[in-house]
Design a binder for this molecule. Structure first.
Ligand code: AMP
Length: 206
């Protein structure tokens, strides 16, 4: 199955993708994770992307389209994929139709006020990449799973969050209509307990 998770930053796409990709036995491909790895490894793509990411802006379409084209050509994508964070513009969606068109698109919907709360309190482990909310942490600096250092992502700081949400509404939300017109869209309420959201996503795929 070729699947896309659509939704604003903080909707829980990454968390839900872990459960769904193992269930469907397709690779979870997060363009945000790929770009952050490129920044850490100081590759040409990483160096070009960092300034956009830190400001909460989208990295240019051609960079993402090339990156995703290369990733989807790998052997592990033969049975499908679960894309998280791509496409984010109509231009990217059009390119994906040519590369490997999705079968279905799950739109995870969460109101902006909830997203602000989630993103501002989000901490990511620098070692295992786990994601946690400060309300559930005994120590805001230490990963409860692997004891790695917890990081407050530069783009999860309040002023950048507001910009990311604006970018989402202006550039990514039009994809809801785009995929709905193709008859491929399922919308799931993401403002629920993660286990319930997972259940609803799996039900929507049946
Ligand atoms: P994410 O972890 O998906 O929220 O992505 C973090 C940042 O990476 C975004 O704010 C963008 O700057 C960049 N990014 C990730 N995916 C894309 C994409 N499909 N198009 C453009 N920029 C992206």
């Amino acid at each position: 199955m070729k699947l896309i998770f659509l939704g604003p930053p903080g909707a829980g796409k990454g968390t839900q993708a872990l459960g769904v990709s193992s269930k469907l036995a397709v690779p979870h491909i997060s363009t945000g994770d790929m770009l952050r790895a490129a920044v850490r490894n100081q590759t040409a793509t990483g160096l070009a992307a960092k300034a956009y990411m830190d400001k909460g802006q989208l990295v240019p379409d051609e960079v993402l389209i090339d990156m995703v084209r290369e990733r989807l050509s790998m052997d592990d994508c033969a049975a499908g994929y679960l894309l998280d964070g791509f496409p984010r513009t109509v231009e990217q969606a059009e390119a994906l139709e040519q590369i490997s068109a999705p079968d279905m698109v799950v739109n995870i919907s969460v109101p902006d006020v909830k997203l602000l709360e989630r993103l501002a309190g989000r901490r990511v482990c620098g070692k295992c990449q786990g994601t946690f909310h400060i309300s559930k942490l005994a120590d805001e600096e230490v990963c409860p799973v692997c004891k790695g250092e917890l990081i407050h992502r530069e783009d999860d700081k309040p002023e950048t969050i507001t910009r990311r949400l604006k970018v989402y509404h202006e550039q990514t939300a039009p994809l809801i209509g785009y995929y709905s017109a193709k008859g491929k869209l399922k919308t799931v309420d993401g403002d629920n307990r993660p286990e319930d959201v997972l259940k609803n996503i799996l039900a929507s795929l049946e």
